[in-house]
Structures are given as C-alpha cells and as structure tokens.
Design a protein. Structure first.
Length: 128
C-alpha cells in the first residue's frame, strides 16, 4: 500500500502521519482506523527516535492485511521499540490496546524490522 522514508527525528512525525493517513483514506479505511494507525505509527516512530542512535532514515511500510493494516519500520532498531521502549509503560499499554499483535525480526542483511498489526475494528460498537 505504501513505503516511505522517514528521518530518525521526531520532527518527521507530522509528515509521516499525513502521508499515512492519506494512503489509508485513499484505500477506503474509516476515520477511526486512520486515527488508530496514526497513533500506533507515532508511538513506534517516537520510540525508535528515543531508543535508537541511528542517524539514517527509517523505512516505513504500510501493508493492507486481511484484518486491517500492518505497520513495518525497518532499520537497525532494537526489539524493545516494538514494545514501546524501555521506560514507557503507558506507550506499551497504548500499543497493546490498539494492535492485534506486534514484534520484531532481523532481516537477512542484518537490519531489523519492528511491526504492529492494527485491526480495522477494536471491538463491537456500542450505541449510547
């Protein structure tokens, strides 16, 4: 669905969110899903900026999957980024609440990918 290069600084977050939201909108996703993906993307990129000493750009990929959207961020990131970072319990709780699953893996070239699966729906809608 989308691949983009994002600088490792938090100043890149607004641009990344805008591009991702537009891609999801063009793909026909609901505003709620756009918001959920934006929040998860922000948390992952912010954690990557805080936990990584990398100066190189990160590759962000958005993939449409059966149940929603998979976010992948590739570079030389530590697996702890996928869990919200070392000292961020709230961030980890946010990621757990908005994702179906998350994790990381090492690429054959020695890089690493952190990923999170954001479902289309977080649960049944409740009428007020």
């Amino acid at each position: 669905m989308l691949t983009l290069s994002v600088g490792p600084r938090t100043t890149e977050l607004p641009r990344a969110r805008a591009i991702v939201r537009e891609a999801l909108r063009r793909n026909g996703n609901s505003e709620q899903h756009l918001m959920d993906v934006s929040i998860v993307l922000t948390e992952l990129l912010q954690t990557a900026a805080e936990e990584s000493d990398a100066a190189e750009d990160l590759e962000v990929r958005l993939l449409a999957v059966e149940f929603g959207t998979r976010i992948e961020i590739e570079d030389h990131l530590t697996p702890i980024v996928a869990l919200g970072g070392v000292n961020h319990v709230l961030r980890a709780d946010v990621l757990a609440a908005l994702t179906r699953s998350q994790g990381s893996y090492t690429t054959p070239s020695g890089g690493s990918v952190i990923w999170a699966d954001v479902p289309i729906s977080r649960g049944p809608e409740v009428d007020a």
